[in-house]
Write a protein that binds this ligand. Sequence first.
Ligand SMILES: Cc1cc2nc3c(=O)[nH]c(=O)nc-3n(C[C@H](O)[C@H](O)[C@H](O)COP(=O)(O)O)c2cc1C
Length: 434
Amino acid sequence: MRSEQDPLAGCRILVAISGSIAAVKLPALVSALAQRGAQLRCVLTPSAARLVSPVALASLSRAACHLDEDQWSHRAPRPLHVELAEWAELVLLAPLSATSLARWVQGSGDTLLSSTLLATEAPVLAAAAMNTAMWGAPGVRRNWDQLQAFERVLPLGPAAGLLACDRQGAGRMAEPQQLLLGLETLRLHGWRRDWQGRRLLVSAGPTREWLDPARCLTNPSSGRMGVMLAQAALLRGAEVDLVHGPLNLDPLLLEGLHVHPVESGAAMGQALEQLQPAADAVAMAAAVADHGRAAPELQKLSKQDLLASLSAGWCEVPDLLGQLVARRAAGQRILGFAAHSGDVLPQARAKLLRKGCDLLFANPIDQPQAGFGVNSNEGWLLGPGERELRIQSAGKFAVAHQLISALGALLDPLMLPAEAPREGLAGRRAAADP
Ligand SMILES: Cc1cc2nc3c(=O)[nH]c(=O)nc-3n(C[C@H](O)[C@H](O)[C@H](O)COP(=O)(O)O)c2cc1C
């Protein structure tokens, strides 16, 4: 749906489709992009045009769909591949077949799609899809490896799953939800994988502390902020472990993450303890319940017994952020979260001092467009040396990229984004809150 905050609204996106069966997913994706206000044009290889309807794509993109024969029209004032290449602000190359990959890597322009790819200077999100054995073929592996060195390209390797050829294994095109996040990443951050070679541990979502088999203490966290952090780091090249409580969001958004589902605060603490040593950085975005039952009832309590039992029998859930900070190895960076109502800044400053993490993102939960269960967020990022950065209201994925940039800059000052510079946390005192 259209939103002024949407980084894809108004963006000129060229959707380039090659001959993989995954092309059948593109009409729905094109429709979703059109509904978000993106300007679209589609270009298909001859094989793609046999797998998915150019008429459907023209209708859903609200624009002519381009095929190889259009390249040779005597009515065109400019070569079509150059015109498309220069029109695009972003290229979504999905699915990318083995053949189109080979053409691209070899610099061959013998189709409209491949010559457009050679001619464009726009960033390209490329999502490979093919049969498992094809993906493992030495020639494909070599071409894919070579593609990693291409400038302006964000390559998304295929995921594992059941393929249309009935093979189980790597080959499935990345989910459309992740392709959308990939396009947003190109807009918000750029194509550089500045987290390549790093491992991030993220916690997300609420926890549940059971009172009896029918009732629990929890909170309205959907898990979106943590999952967006995880995806932002993943799309920037990191390996990401996600420890999450019960999520209230599309499970396809977990694509590509190493997921560790848990329920209680204690279980989340155990998972974090196990995974922490391998991480270069930790983002503790989960909304952990403060208290749980020392001994949850095994039988459902009656209404009256429930009320009576609420006054006693609670124990404090361990301070997971404090434990992470106490256990960390030298050089590991930790981002904490502080969700508060009222005046968040003084509470967050006190929490940062108390916990001793490197960064703390303080966000209000009593504003309509921030905090639990909404797609946007805002707040303050507090850092070392009393540095404070105002994070303006934006989609949670945009906020996530800012937090990942700040965390990355602490790991390595050279990791500041190159082509989408924003105000970094380093060396900056609080701007006046507008
Ligand atoms: C039903 C069908 C499904 C196919 N799926 C794939 C696929 O997922 N990935 C792939 O690389 N090739 C796939 N192919 C083979 C390609 O279409 C073929 O290699 C073609 O040369 C690709 O050319 P293009 O990149 O110009 O579209 C498929 C072919 C057919 C008939």
